[in-house]
Design a protein around this ligand. Sequence first.
Ligand code: NAP
Length: 310
Amino acid sequence: MIRVLFSARPDLWDEYRDPLRDAFAAAGLSVDLARDHAPADVDYIVFAPNGPVSDFTPYVNTKLVMGLWAGVETIVGNTTLTQPLARMVDPALTQGMVEWVVGHTMRHHLGMDLHIAGQDGVWRNSTYPPLAKDRPVTILGLGALGEACGKALSQLGFPVTGWSRSAKEISGIRCLSGDDGLTMALRDAQIIVLLLPLTPQTENTLNADRLALLAPGAFIVNPGRGPLIDDDALLAALGTGQIGGATLDVFRQEPLPVDHPFWTHPHVLVTPHIASTTRPVSASQVVADNIRRVQAGEPALNIVDRAAGY
Ligand code: NAP
């Protein structure tokens, strides 16, 4: 019998208990899934932030900590965590992000807000958007999510540039890396999508100097992490018109404080960290598959590089 400890916010237990049990059974695993195993008996931990486990020291026989979230910035620096950590890469999570990013990119591209916010009887038909082929889009981060979003936008006709830490070749995407690559990726881009993880290296990636590289009136779509953008620099660039608008899903402080200027800014759309959520049924299959792999002596998938921080 494999003992799996579920450590997450208490309300997630009801959402995940049955999907996890079903997925373990479907994977042919005999699992005792519970929230209260004795630490030394635990083979695997299914983990999300704000659960009971924060000190991993007593889990001396745990083979893998399987995170339910894609972002790992709140756990990657935990010095008690010496066990391997895997993060969530799930086709449903990816599909959700593609749909959200395409939706908000299209909204900015088509200038939909002008009409959504302007139902005042005035017939504004003098402006129309360029075709997608004339709207350069840059995706910062070409991982599981950034690559999928870049491919989807490329298929819609946008010229897509992507930027990552390591050099890549992806069909339909102009791939850049390194500091010079970042400058090239930002220069004259009209829509920027941030899908970088939060690490010491990525904080304030979009600062005042880099916002100035974008095409005048560029749009920002940030489903990555709040600190990737210097908020004051963004507000200043929105004020001058250098940035024409932003859809922000993630923030330095969440929930975003009620008096934060983003809430009332006419060119900022705040969404409450809902770009793409981990879905219990598909995520449970990912968890079960990774446990099956480790049980079979195969390497676990999506192991976090603790030194790189993601
Ligand atoms: P991932 O697969 O780890 O991809 C991260 C990408 O960022 C990789 O391409 C990586 O480069 C690049 N990168 C990392 N550090 C860099 C640096 N210093 N310079 C340049 N590029 C760098 O992550 P993912 O699954 O795509 O997820 C990305 C992020 O989305 C998560 O970390 C999380 O913050 C966020 N997210 C948000 C939501 C939401 O609902 N808002 C949902 C899920 C995820 P390499 O390819 O070279 O490694």
